[in-house]
Design a protein around this ligand. Structure first.
Ligand SMILES: C=C(O[C@@H]1C=C(C(=O)O)C=C[C@H]1O)C(=O)O
Length: 88
C-alpha cells in the first residue's frame, strides 16, 4: 500500500471514530431525559468505573495501551456529562 492509500485508510477510520463519538453523545441525551424523570444526578461514579474497567479490558484484548484507551474514555465520559447537563 502507498503512503497516500494508508492515509486514506486513516481518514476513513477517523470519520468512523467521530461518528461513533456522535452516537455515544446522542445516547447521553436520552440518558439525561431518563435521569431527569427519575430525579437522578448526572454523575454515576459506579457506572463510570464499569465503563473504565471495560475500556481497559477491551484495550488488552486488542493489544493497545490500556492507559491511553482509558484516557480517551475519561474524555468521552466528560463530554457525555457536559451534554447531559446541557439537556436537563
Ligand atoms: C452516560 C451516563 O452518564 C454519565 C456518563 C457516563 C459515560 O459517559 O459512560 C457514565 C456514567 C455517568 O457519570 C450513565 O449514567 O450511564
Amino acid at each position: 500500500m502507498s503512503l497516500d492509500e494508508l492515509r486514506e485508510e486513516i481518514e476513513s477510520i477517523d470519520r468512523e471514530l467521530v461518528e461513533l463519538i456522535a452516537r455515544r453523545t446522542y445516547v447521553a441525551d436520552t440518558i439525561a431525559a431518563v435521569k431527569e424523570e427519575r430525579d437522578l444526578p448526572t454523575t454515576d461514579e459506579r457506572q463510570e468505573q464499569r465503563v473504565m474497567d471495560r475500556a481497559g479490558a477491551n484495550a488488552e484484548q486488542f493489544d493497545v495501551d490500556a492507559n491511553l484507551v482509558k484516557a480517551i474514555f475519561r474524555l468521552l465520559i466528560e463530554l457525555n456529562k457536559v451534554e447531559q447537563r446541557e439537556n436537563r
